[in-house]
Ligand binder design. Structure first.
Ligand code: TPP
Ligand code: MG
Length: 274
């Protein structure tokens, strides 16, 4: 597939920028930001019809990061795409910042929906997809939900609506890193059989064996676009992906305080890759 190497390099840069932002803030949601990098890079640099010079462009594609606590990952991608200066990353979560820890559409150019209260963002995405159809707009809506987030009842209410209305302009992702705030998803409340659940709600569903492999994600998006109904791509990912101490922390990587040594170590590891 064309351009995959460039996207892989981009993922390394995005991971550095996530570490930069969270390192600057001192603490933040590093695990769930690192796990979703490939999906966001694939969307913004390969798929979405957007214009950083015109963030409110009519008929643009939308992204809803329903797991809004992973804001730093989206900010790193938006900065790289040119929505705002990368120096903004150093203001993550500071008073008065344009980059709050959770996504806020009124503060950040390029953020299409406010999120952070788990389960709400996906319902908004479904409404946006329905609205696009009602207005005859070609806009597509992409949504990213967490696996822990998928335990929220509102996710399934929205899924029922999207399936019933055959919203084929909606492509959703589950970041299946099998970790939520206080344990594994398997232990706390398993989602399985997850593909079957989404199919039962009238989605086309597919599991991506390595959701941190940009080529696999890109291929899955190609598949999703051909479906005659909303699609759910279940990405098997690693929480903290790409930064060894975060990967090793597993569930503990959900929110971490980073020392200067941690930041240096993460940078060194990522620089070695790109
Ligand atoms: C309604 C609601 N309940 C609780 C929280 C607190 N919270 C923030 S992140 C999180 C865990 C989310 O786990 P998951 O969806 O698996 O996210 P990821 O692993 O991708 O970071 C929780 C419980 C919240 N933001 N919203
Ligand atoms: Mg998770």
């Amino acid at each position: 597939m064309d351009g995959i190497q460039e996207l892989e390099q981009m993922c390394v840069q995005i991971r550095k920028d996530i570490v930069r932002a969270i390192g600057g803030a001192g603490t933040g949601h590093i695990g769930g930001s690192l796990s979703i990098v490939e999906a966001l890079v694939c969307l913004y640099f390969r798929e979405m019809n957007v214009d950083p010079q015109n963030p409110q462009m009519a008929d643009r594609d939308r992204l809803v990061l329903s797991k809004g606590h992973a804001g730093p990952a989206l900010y790193a991608v938006l900065a790289e795409k040119g929505y705002f200066d990368r120096d903004w990353l150093d203001t993550l979560n500071e008073p008065g910042t344009n980059l709050p820890s959770h996504c806020d559409m009124l503060r950040t150019p390029g953020v299409d929906m406010t999120a952070g209260s788990l389960g709400q963002g996906f319902a908004c995405a479904v409404g946006m997809a329905k609205a696009a159809k009602a207005c005859g707009s070609p806009a597509r809506v992409f949504a990213v939900i967490g696996d822990g987030e998928s335990q929220e009842g509102s996710v399934w209410e929205a899924a029922m609506f999207a399936g019933a209305h055959r919203l084929d302009n909606l492509i959703a992702f589950t970041d299946y890193n099998n970790a939520q705030i206080s344990g594994t998803v398997t232990e706390i409340l398993t989602l399985e059989p997850l593909e079957d659940k989404w199919r039962a709600f009238n989605f086309a569903a597919r599991t991506v064996a390595d959701g941190n492999d940009v080529a696999q994600v890109a291929q899955a998006v190609e598949w999703a676009k051909e479906q005659d109904r909303p699609a759910m791509l279940i990405l098997k990912t690693v929480k903290g992906k790409g930064v060894s101490f975060a990967e090793k922390a597993g569930v503990g990587s959900h929110s971490m305080t980073l020392t200067q040594d941690d930041i240096d170590e993460a940078y060194e590891e990522l620089e070695a890759r790109g």
